[in-house]
Design a protein around this ligand. Structure first.
Ligand code: IPE
Ligand code: IPE
Ligand code: MG
Length: 239
Protein backbone atom coordinates (compact mmCIF):
# COMPACT_ATOMS: atom_id res chain seq x y z
CA UNK A 1 0.00 0.00 0.00
CA UNK A 2 1.00 3.62 -0.48
CA UNK A 3 1.59 4.48 3.13
CA UNK A 4 5.29 3.61 3.45
CA UNK A 5 6.50 7.22 3.24
CA UNK A 6 3.98 8.21 5.88
CA UNK A 7 4.47 5.21 8.10
CA UNK A 8 5.79 7.27 10.97
CA UNK A 9 2.50 9.18 10.96
CA UNK A 10 0.36 6.07 11.22
CA UNK A 11 -1.94 6.70 14.17
CA UNK A 12 -0.64 5.24 17.38
CA UNK A 13 -4.17 4.62 18.58
CA UNK A 14 -7.16 3.76 16.37
CA UNK A 15 -10.65 3.37 17.81
CA UNK A 16 -13.43 1.64 15.90
CA UNK A 17 -17.20 1.52 16.44
CA UNK A 18 -17.86 -1.91 14.91
CA UNK A 19 -21.35 -1.14 13.59
CA UNK A 20 -23.58 -2.60 10.89
CA UNK A 21 -23.61 -6.34 11.69
CA UNK A 22 -27.41 -6.48 11.87
CA UNK A 23 -27.93 -4.74 8.52
CA UNK A 24 -25.28 -6.95 6.91
CA UNK A 25 -27.22 -10.05 8.03
CA UNK A 26 -30.61 -8.60 7.05
CA UNK A 27 -29.38 -7.88 3.51
CA UNK A 28 -28.61 -11.59 3.18
CA UNK A 29 -31.80 -12.84 4.80
CA UNK A 30 -29.78 -14.17 7.76
CA UNK A 31 -30.43 -13.84 11.52
CA UNK A 32 -28.69 -10.88 13.23
CA UNK A 33 -26.41 -13.32 15.08
CA UNK A 34 -24.92 -14.37 11.74
CA UNK A 35 -23.99 -10.72 11.26
CA UNK A 36 -22.24 -10.71 14.62
CA UNK A 37 -20.24 -13.84 13.68
CA UNK A 38 -19.16 -12.16 10.46
CA UNK A 39 -18.30 -9.05 12.50
CA UNK A 40 -16.09 -11.11 14.81
CA UNK A 41 -14.25 -12.40 11.73
CA UNK A 42 -13.74 -8.84 10.47
CA UNK A 43 -12.33 -7.91 13.87
CA UNK A 44 -9.81 -10.79 13.80
CA UNK A 45 -8.49 -9.59 10.43
CA UNK A 46 -8.31 -5.94 11.44
CA UNK A 47 -6.53 -6.69 14.73
CA UNK A 48 -3.91 -8.65 12.79
CA UNK A 49 -3.58 -5.94 10.19
CA UNK A 50 -3.12 -3.27 12.87
CA UNK A 51 -0.31 -5.35 14.30
CA UNK A 52 1.46 -5.50 10.93
CA UNK A 53 0.99 -1.75 10.45
CA UNK A 54 2.56 -1.03 13.82
CA UNK A 55 -0.55 0.51 15.40
CA UNK A 56 0.07 0.41 19.16
CA UNK A 57 -3.49 0.61 20.48
CA UNK A 58 -6.72 -0.62 18.89
CA UNK A 59 -9.89 0.16 20.85
CA UNK A 60 -13.05 -1.54 19.65
CA UNK A 61 -16.64 -0.95 20.68
CA UNK A 62 -18.10 -4.44 21.02
CA UNK A 63 -21.09 -3.99 23.37
CA UNK A 64 -22.51 -0.77 24.79
CA UNK A 65 -24.37 -0.08 28.05
CA UNK A 66 -27.43 0.48 25.80
CA UNK A 67 -27.12 -2.79 23.85
CA UNK A 68 -28.91 -4.69 26.66
CA UNK A 69 -32.09 -3.28 25.10
CA UNK A 70 -31.84 -5.92 22.37
CA UNK A 71 -33.59 -9.29 22.45
CA UNK A 72 -32.30 -11.85 24.92
CA UNK A 73 -31.43 -14.14 21.98
CA UNK A 74 -29.29 -11.47 20.32
CA UNK A 75 -27.54 -10.48 23.57
CA UNK A 76 -26.73 -14.08 24.49
CA UNK A 77 -25.51 -14.73 20.93
CA UNK A 78 -23.10 -11.79 21.19
CA UNK A 79 -21.89 -12.93 24.64
CA UNK A 80 -21.26 -16.44 23.30
CA UNK A 81 -19.20 -15.06 20.41
CA UNK A 82 -17.15 -12.96 22.81
CA UNK A 83 -16.51 -15.97 25.05
CA UNK A 84 -15.44 -18.07 22.04
CA UNK A 85 -13.16 -15.33 20.80
CA UNK A 86 -11.47 -14.90 24.18
CA UNK A 87 -11.05 -18.66 24.67
CA UNK A 88 -9.40 -18.81 21.26
CA UNK A 89 -7.21 -15.79 22.04
CA UNK A 90 -6.08 -17.49 25.26
CA UNK A 91 -5.16 -20.61 23.27
CA UNK A 92 -3.19 -18.61 20.67
CA UNK A 93 -1.66 -16.16 23.11
CA UNK A 94 2.00 -17.07 22.46
CA UNK A 95 1.49 -16.90 18.71
CA UNK A 96 -0.18 -13.49 18.44
CA UNK A 97 1.46 -11.41 21.16
CA UNK A 98 -1.62 -9.22 21.50
CA UNK A 99 -2.16 -7.47 24.81
CA UNK A 100 -5.79 -7.43 25.92
CA UNK A 101 -7.47 -4.78 28.04
CA UNK A 102 -11.13 -4.23 28.78
CA UNK A 103 -13.04 -0.97 29.10
CA UNK A 104 -16.52 -0.97 30.61
CA UNK A 105 -18.37 -2.27 33.64
CA UNK A 106 -17.62 -5.98 33.46
CA UNK A 107 -19.60 -6.73 36.64
CA UNK A 108 -22.81 -7.17 34.61
CA UNK A 109 -21.28 -9.91 32.44
CA UNK A 110 -21.60 -13.60 33.35
CA UNK A 111 -18.98 -14.88 35.83
CA UNK A 112 -17.53 -17.12 33.09
CA UNK A 113 -17.08 -14.24 30.67
CA UNK A 114 -15.62 -12.06 33.44
CA UNK A 115 -13.07 -14.77 34.16
CA UNK A 116 -12.10 -15.04 30.47
CA UNK A 117 -11.59 -11.25 30.42
CA UNK A 118 -9.46 -11.36 33.58
CA UNK A 119 -7.37 -14.29 32.29
CA UNK A 120 -6.84 -12.66 28.89
CA UNK A 121 -5.78 -9.40 30.53
CA UNK A 122 -3.44 -11.07 33.02
CA UNK A 123 -1.86 -13.58 30.64
CA UNK A 124 -1.20 -10.98 27.94
CA UNK A 125 0.10 -8.21 30.18
CA UNK A 126 3.72 -8.69 29.06
CA UNK A 127 2.99 -8.32 25.34
CA UNK A 128 3.72 -5.01 23.69
CA UNK A 129 3.08 -5.40 19.96
CA UNK A 130 -0.48 -4.16 19.86
CA UNK A 131 -2.87 -3.53 22.74
CA UNK A 132 -6.50 -4.30 22.01
CA UNK A 133 -8.94 -2.52 24.29
CA UNK A 134 -12.29 -4.29 24.18
CA UNK A 135 -15.21 -2.07 25.18
CA UNK A 136 -17.71 -4.44 26.81
CA UNK A 137 -20.80 -3.13 28.58
CA UNK A 138 -19.07 0.17 27.93
CA UNK A 139 -20.72 3.58 28.00
CA UNK A 140 -18.74 6.80 28.05
CA UNK A 141 -21.02 8.45 30.57
CA UNK A 142 -20.95 5.35 32.76
CA UNK A 143 -17.14 5.34 32.58
CA UNK A 144 -17.02 8.98 33.73
CA UNK A 145 -19.49 8.31 36.57
CA UNK A 146 -17.53 5.29 37.78
CA UNK A 147 -14.37 7.41 37.70
CA UNK A 148 -16.05 10.17 39.72
CA UNK A 149 -17.23 7.67 42.33
CA UNK A 150 -13.73 6.19 42.67
CA UNK A 151 -12.21 9.67 42.91
CA UNK A 152 -14.79 10.78 45.50
CA UNK A 153 -13.92 7.70 47.61
CA UNK A 154 -10.25 8.69 47.50
CA UNK A 155 -11.15 12.23 48.56
CA UNK A 156 -13.28 10.89 51.44
CA UNK A 157 -10.36 8.66 52.50
CA UNK A 158 -8.07 11.70 52.53
CA UNK A 159 -5.92 10.35 49.64
CA UNK A 160 -6.78 13.11 47.16
CA UNK A 161 -7.24 16.84 47.31
CA UNK A 162 -9.82 18.29 44.85
CA UNK A 163 -7.74 21.46 44.53
CA UNK A 164 -5.09 19.35 42.81
CA UNK A 165 -7.40 17.60 40.33
CA UNK A 166 -6.46 18.28 36.71
CA UNK A 167 -7.27 16.56 33.40
CA UNK A 168 -4.35 14.19 33.59
CA UNK A 169 -5.07 13.17 37.20
CA UNK A 170 -8.74 12.59 36.32
CA UNK A 171 -7.79 10.47 33.27
CA UNK A 172 -6.07 8.05 35.65
CA UNK A 173 -9.50 7.11 37.05
CA UNK A 174 -10.95 6.21 33.65
CA UNK A 175 -10.94 2.71 32.14
CA UNK A 176 -8.47 4.10 29.60
CA UNK A 177 -5.91 5.10 32.27
CA UNK A 178 -2.43 5.07 30.75
CA UNK A 179 -3.66 4.80 27.15
CA UNK A 180 -3.07 7.85 24.93
CA UNK A 181 -6.19 9.37 23.33
CA UNK A 182 -7.11 7.92 19.91
CA UNK A 183 -5.90 10.02 16.99
CA UNK A 184 -8.44 8.37 14.70
CA UNK A 185 -12.00 7.13 15.33
CA UNK A 186 -13.65 5.11 12.57
CA UNK A 187 -17.36 4.35 12.36
CA UNK A 188 -18.53 2.14 9.52
CA UNK A 189 -22.24 1.49 8.72
CA UNK A 190 -23.14 5.02 7.64
CA UNK A 191 -24.22 6.26 11.09
CA UNK A 192 -22.58 9.52 12.10
CA UNK A 193 -22.69 9.58 15.88
CA UNK A 194 -20.60 8.46 18.82
CA UNK A 195 -23.31 6.40 20.56
CA UNK A 196 -21.65 6.88 23.98
CA UNK A 197 -18.15 5.86 22.79
CA UNK A 198 -15.12 7.46 24.50
CA UNK A 199 -16.51 11.00 24.99
CA UNK A 200 -13.64 12.12 27.25
CA UNK A 201 -10.89 10.64 25.07
CA UNK A 202 -12.07 11.81 21.63
CA UNK A 203 -12.34 15.58 22.09
CA UNK A 204 -9.54 16.11 19.54
CA UNK A 205 -9.76 12.85 17.59
CA UNK A 206 -10.22 12.80 13.82
CA UNK A 207 -13.47 11.08 12.81
CA UNK A 208 -13.87 9.01 9.67
CA UNK A 209 -17.40 7.80 8.91
CA UNK A 210 -17.72 5.15 6.21
CA UNK A 211 -20.69 3.62 4.40
CA UNK A 212 -19.37 0.05 4.51
CA UNK A 213 -20.97 -2.36 7.02
CA UNK A 214 -18.55 -3.70 9.65
CA UNK A 215 -18.47 -7.36 8.40
CA UNK A 216 -17.30 -6.00 5.00
CA UNK A 217 -14.60 -3.83 6.59
CA UNK A 218 -11.10 -5.09 5.76
CA UNK A 219 -7.52 -3.88 5.34
CA UNK A 220 -8.43 -1.81 2.24
CA UNK A 221 -11.04 0.12 4.25
CA UNK A 222 -8.57 0.68 7.10
CA UNK A 223 -5.99 1.95 4.59
CA UNK A 224 -8.59 4.36 3.18
CA UNK A 225 -9.47 5.64 6.67
CA UNK A 226 -5.80 6.16 7.54
CA UNK A 227 -5.20 7.96 4.25
CA UNK A 228 -8.13 10.26 5.01
CA UNK A 229 -6.69 10.84 8.50
CA UNK A 230 -3.29 11.73 7.01
CA UNK A 231 -4.95 14.45 4.91
CA UNK A 232 -6.42 16.17 7.96
CA UNK A 233 -4.90 19.30 9.41
CA UNK A 234 -4.89 18.86 13.19
CA UNK A 235 -4.69 22.20 14.98
CA UNK A 236 -5.75 21.47 18.59
CA UNK A 237 -7.11 24.97 18.88
CA UNK A 238 -3.93 26.62 17.64
CA UNK A 239 -3.87 28.94 14.64
C1 IPE B 1 -22.85 -3.63 15.88
O1 IPE B 1 -23.74 -3.98 14.87
C2 IPE B 1 -22.69 -4.70 16.92
C3 IPE B 1 -23.27 -4.35 18.22
C4 IPE B 1 -23.84 -3.22 18.51
C5 IPE B 1 -23.18 -5.35 19.26
P1 IPE B 1 -25.30 -3.78 15.04
O2 IPE B 1 -25.87 -5.02 15.64
O3 IPE B 1 -25.61 -2.50 15.76
O4 IPE B 1 -25.75 -3.66 13.52
P2 IPE B 1 -26.87 -2.70 12.95
O5 IPE B 1 -26.50 -1.30 13.33
O6 IPE B 1 -28.17 -3.13 13.55
O7 IPE B 1 -26.81 -2.92 11.47
C1 IPE C 1 -22.78 1.29 18.94
O1 IPE C 1 -23.63 0.80 17.95
C2 IPE C 1 -22.33 0.16 19.82
C3 IPE C 1 -21.46 -0.82 19.21
C4 IPE C 1 -21.04 -0.84 17.98
C5 IPE C 1 -21.02 -1.87 20.10
P1 IPE C 1 -25.21 0.80 18.13
O2 IPE C 1 -25.75 0.12 16.93
O3 IPE C 1 -25.58 0.24 19.45
O4 IPE C 1 -25.55 2.37 18.14
P2 IPE C 1 -26.86 3.14 17.73
O5 IPE C 1 -28.00 2.47 18.44
O6 IPE C 1 -27.00 3.02 16.24
O7 IPE C 1 -26.62 4.54 18.14
MG1 MG D 1 -25.86 -0.59 15.12
Amino acid sequence: MALSDAENRIPRHIAIIMDGNGRWAKKRGLPRTAGHSAGAEAFRKIANYCRTLGVKYLTVYAFSTENWRRSEAEVSGIMKLLANYLAEALRDMEKNHVRFCFFGDLSRLSPDLQKLCRDAQERSSEYHEVQVNFCLNYGGRDEILRAIRAYARDVADGKKNPAELDESAFSDYLDSAGVPDPELVIRPSGEMRLSNFLPWQTVYSEFVFMDVLWPDFGPAELDAAIEEYLRRNRRFGGA
